[in-house]
Ligand binder design. Structure first.
Ligand SMILES: [Cu+2]
Length: 176
């Protein structure tokens, strides 16, 4: 009986959680979206495709490089190549470098840099630190709040991926 109830209630609870997480994210960072994830919320333990959106350069200067530091717990990271960009993987870092000046990303445009991997079973937030290199200057999106996940007030926030429990079975594993 209880398990039936749980099963019936779960999808609604889950949906509400997702909506709440989304609302939080968009309210908090929409105005300040510098480098952002297409899907900023994901389920613990799932495979995840991180689509990092870069929507401007460095004070007008075009972007010529993006380096993503793979967050601990993000397993088997695999980048998607981009035409016109050279891909290098070095330790815990993935870098896309524009192969010529013509391939640089102008400040007025946006583009996406994609990698995939497995998410940890823990419903802890993951932070992707992203170094944006431009023809002139660079933006190191690497600041993490000392508490919680609100990035308001940070000038160069790292990119947040909120991870929510994958369900009652998952929650069972998190009794502290
Ligand atoms: Cu910005």
């Amino acid at each position: 009986m209880i398990s039936k109830l749980l099963k019936r209630n779960f999808p609604m609870k889950f949906a509400l959680k997702l909506i709440a997480a989304h609302a939080l994210f968009f309210c908090d960072t929409a105005v300040w979206a510098h480098v952002a994830l297409d899907e900023p919320v994901a389920l613990a333990g799932a495979n995840y495709k991180a689509v990092l959106r870069v929507s401007h350069g460095c004070q007008g200067s075009p972007t010529i490089g993006i380096t993503v530091r793979i967050p601990p717990g993000f397993q088997g990271a695999k980048p998607q190549p981009k035409p016109g960009w050279v891909l290098t993987i070095d330790g815990g870092e993935i870098t896309w470098t524009a192969s010529s000046r013509e391939n640089a990303l102008p400040d007025a445009f946006f583009d996406e840099f994609v990698l995939r991997g497995g998410l940890p079973k823990d419903a802890q937030p993951l932070w992707f630190k992203v170094l944006q290199t431009c023809e002139t200057g660079r933006n190191d999106w690497s600041q993490i709040p000392t508490q919680g996940v609100a990035t308001k007030g940070l000038k160069f926030p790292a990119v947040l991926l909120e991870i929510i429990p994958s369900g009652p079975a998952g929650q069972g594993g998190h009794q502290h």
